[in-house]
Design a protein around this ligand. Structure first.
Ligand code: HEC
Length: 96
């Protein structure tokens, strides 16, 4: 009986953890990034693979792009929070 309760509790913790720590791909989808950015195909914006390739040697890319997207500098302004932008950008910048 006790072990069943522990399993239930563990699953509950895992499920709530996942809800808070959305993956970058999920954030990119939820925040509409994928409306304009496809993984491999250029849509309104460049493909995610092209973005990853462009910034692969740029260590400051994440910070710079977060600022650009927040202020709408050279990019459609994004309503995502800093944490969401970070997750979405990490997903894009590390795409292969
Ligand atoms: C309304 C369409 C649209 C949406 C939504 C959108 N983008 Fe973009 N994105 C663009 C376009 C267009 C460009 C190309 C801008 C340019 O370089 O002139 C671009 C470029 C980029 C670049 C490359 C910038 C550079 O300097 O080369 C990144 C990174 C990026 N977007 C990330 C995101 C993220 C993250 C989101 C979601 C929070 C997002 N975009 C949502 C249209 C969009």
């Amino acid at each position: 009986m006790k072990s069943i309760l522990m399993v239930v509790a563990a699953v509950g913790v895992m499920a709530s953890g996942m809800a808070y720590a959305q993956s970058g791909a999920e954030v990119a989808k939820a925040k509409g990034c994928l409306n304009c950015h496809d993984m491999a195909v250029k849509k309104m914006g460049p493909s995610i693979k092209d973005i990853a390739a462009k910034f692969k040697d740029d260590k400051g890319a994440e910070a710079k792009l977060t600022a650009n997207l927040k202020e709408g500098k050279g990019h459609p302004k994004s309503a995502a929070s800093d944490a969401e932008l970070k997750a979405a950008l990490q997903y894009m910048l590390t795409a292969k």
